[in-house]
Ligand binder design. Sequence first.
Ligand code: DSN
Length: 416
Amino acid sequence: MSSLALFDPEIFDLINREHWRQTEGLELIASENVVAREVLEAMGTILTNKYAEGYPGKRYYGGCEFHDQIENLARDRLCRLFGAEHANVQPHSGSQANEAVYLSFMKPGDKMMSQSLNNGGHLSHGDPANISGKYFDVTPYGVDFDTELLDYGAIEETARKLKPKLIVCGASAYPREIDFKAFAEIAEDVGAKSMADIAHISGLCCTGLHNSPVGVTTFTTSTTHKTLRGPRGGVIMCNKEEASRIDNAVFPGMQGGPLMHVIAAKAVCFREASTPEYKEYAKQVVKNCKVLTAALEDNNFRLVSGGTDNHLCLVDLSDHNISGHQAELTLGRAGITVNKNTIPRQALSPFETSGIRIGTPTITSRGMKEDECKQIADWISRALKNMDKPAVLSEIKEEVKKFCLRFPLYPEIRMT
Ligand code: DSN
């Protein structure tokens, strides 16, 4: 980075400071990770110089022979990783992957069902504030308020009455395993297509730790940068029957030129995700989350649905008279990054929230295991119980910093 340091010291300095923020703090945002150095390398290459609108063998620009090979490798590796018939690796993000699925067969005003944002769903699944909610007639479903679990019977009942064209499943803040087969069957029964968005859990699905929707639901979308630990971006998988409609919806329907440096990095990530080491990583992510969750419970925090099956948990702060917003700020002062999150049946506004979401993908990539997770839960608890004591928060921040320096992001990279 020496030429960047010379040419643009302001940007270099900010990147450097962000490097130390990530290094010295605990990143517990469930949708983040630390990519492998090889993924970073692929992203920082001359592949970014080139336009490659179209698909391998059918481009709208000359000089794409190497880009074709890279995109084919990415598609083939993704298909192998998940056992998919067809993959599109061009979506710039998970939201764009989702919109492309809608665009592939739906018309404005068509009916769809999806998990509401307040109950753990995602903005791009038809929230009124998102284009998906403005274009389509969306009926949200939620979790059962007693169990805080998806109620497949209630979802089926709504689907039978509504007869939607699409049923979307998958979530951003749901700590339990999702039964994709149940969703696919409900959709099939009412003549709908089904889409599973596995952005959060794709690393658990491709390693067999959770059931996979690929080949079960009509479409599967994902980001590549959460548990999957690749570059920021999206993908779509489907069977051969849907392939050309999906490809047309991505390009030219939604996007122009693909980000080929990111597609190369996706290919590297898919290679990494097919290794035994990655499977061990994914197992550790879940183990860590279970330990962290149990330790928070021991410290008298209530967990939504009573625990977790995946990489995240949702902490209900209502009994502690703290909002999610206050908790996020307090933990930030102690060097711990989480995000405030709505929880089922919360009384506070979506900006304030009654909960926080905590995830283990990043700390697991840094090599933290069960003992470290117990320690992290103790810090979270101590910080939240001393939120009006700046001295205690500073003390925790120092402890967190010393602890985190034992788990460098990239031991061999020394940015100064
Ligand atoms: N914003 C992501 C998350 O944090 O879950 C989803 O897109």
